[in-house]
Write a new protein. Structure first.
Length: 102
């Protein structure tokens, strides 16, 4: 019985911590800007033109996501659905960070 009570208390503490550190919309926007900046910094390509094109595609993708995203607030996590390059993208926000889902 004591193990059950400890387990329930542990789950309540974890759920409370996740709810407190759940990311919000502005956090998603900041994360996306940082993520895109890192992606632009690691541009693929063998020459300057290919790298510039890759950076442009990354910037266009970021702008499309920012223009089309829908933030969904849940109790202990958040989700964002957006469209970019003709694809539907989903991101999950947990404990102050965002994870892009494949």
């Amino acid at each position: 019985m004591k193990k059950l009570i400890r387990g329930v208390l542990f789950l309540l503490v974890v759920a409370g911590a996740l709810a407190i550190f759940k990311p919000d919309q502005s956090n998603f926007e900041n994360w996306l800007k940082d993520y895109s900046a890192r992606k632009r910094g690691n541009a693929k390509g063998e020459n300057v033109v290919e790298k510039l094109v890759d950076k442009g595609v990354t910037t266009a993708e970021q702008l499309q996501i920012l223009a089309t995203y829908q933030y969904n607030n849940h109790y202990v996590f958040s989700t964002v659905e957006a469209h970019a390059n003709g694809e539907k993208l989903t991101f999950v926000g947990v404990a102050g960070t965002w994870i892009p889902l494949p």
